[in-house]
Design a protein around this ligand. Structure first.
Ligand SMILES: C[S@@+](CC[C@H](N)C(=O)[O-])C[C@H]1O[C@@H](n2cnc3c(N)ncnc32)[C@H](O)[C@@H]1O
Length: 246
């Protein structure tokens, strides 16, 4: 069960941003700055996101990158930079037990609201998400520094999709990135390097990093074991050689 949605009225927001429910009862982030994108909310049941979730298969890029087609498929995944939870939800619906971390309380409120509404809908998809996707408002490096016992999870896979200053091509990403970049600065190279080191130390099987297709790797060392390339993004896979028993 996901915890009850938080009270959003008290969340601190930068100038020009506000949170309110739309006519469908969805919690949305509004950006009143000149030229800003329309409201942003999480809806796992409808629109492009709902369609994408229902359409995803194990042979798609991200499921393949996390190892769902491998001889020893993962069981647990830590999405350390969950954002609005599209990737986390996709992987949970494919059967993984997903813990999703998000550092921004505002983005976390949108994610938790989307999950709560999906769960309350009575639809099968919402029931499955509530069973397999656990959101937590936490900073990933602080979380990964905790011992496995304190974290309560030894993830087979750690997945990273941090924000990058790069321009992404997809319209959905552009709109979301515009909102997210307005709320939070992208992490520094030093933060990404520390995040990667901690992720490699915590993952039992592999770390997977989402990158724009032609962008450099998240860190210079180590190089990825291999990559899965799409039209605009790629997933760099870092296999953890000393695979620990589950
Ligand atoms: C590009 S978005 C992730 C999109 C996500 N993969 C999806 O499918 O919706 C990156 C998110 O990571 C969060 N983030 C960045 N650094 C973080 C950190 N150190 N700990 C937790 N969350 C972080 C940002 O707040 C942002 O919401």
């Amino acid at each position: 069960m996901n915890p009850a949605p938080p009270s959003f009225e008290s969340l601190p927001l930068p100038a020009g941003f506000s949170l309110a429910r739309d006519h469908q009862g969805r919690l949305c982030l509004f950006d009143s700055r000149e030229g800003a994108a329309g409201p942003l909310c999480v809806d796992f049941l409808a629109g492009a996101s709902g369609w994408r979730l229902r359409d995803l298969g194990r042979s798609d890029l991200l499921p393949r990158a996390v190892g769902l087609k491998s001889a020893r498929p993962p069981r647990t995944l830590l999405d350390a930079t969950a954002g609005l939870g599209h990737d986390a939800a996709s992987l949970a619906l494919l059967g993984l037990e997903v813990t999703a971390l998000e550092v921004s309380p505002v983005v976390f409120a949108l994610l938790q609201d989307g999950l709560a509404r999906a769960s309350a809908s009575g639809q099968e998809l919402g029931r499955r998400l509530a069973q397999r996707l656990t959101p937590r408002c936490a900073e990933a490096r602080a979380f990964l520094r905790l011992s496995a016992a304190e974290r309560g999870i030894t993830p087979d896979v750690v997945y990273l999709d941090p924000m990058f200053p790069d321009k992404r091509k997809a319209a959905r990403s552009r709109k979301e990135m515009q909102h997210l970049q307005g709320l939070l600065p992208p992490p520094s190279a030093a933060e990404l390097s520390e995040l990667m080191t901690l992720a490699l130390g915590a993952a039992a099987q592999r770390v997977v990093v989402k990158r724009p297709l032609h962008a450099p790797e998240i860190v210079e060392n180590p190089p990825p074991s291999h990559s899965h390339k799409g039209k605009s993004v790629r997933f760099d896979v870092y296999l953890v050689t000393s695979a620990r028993p589950r």
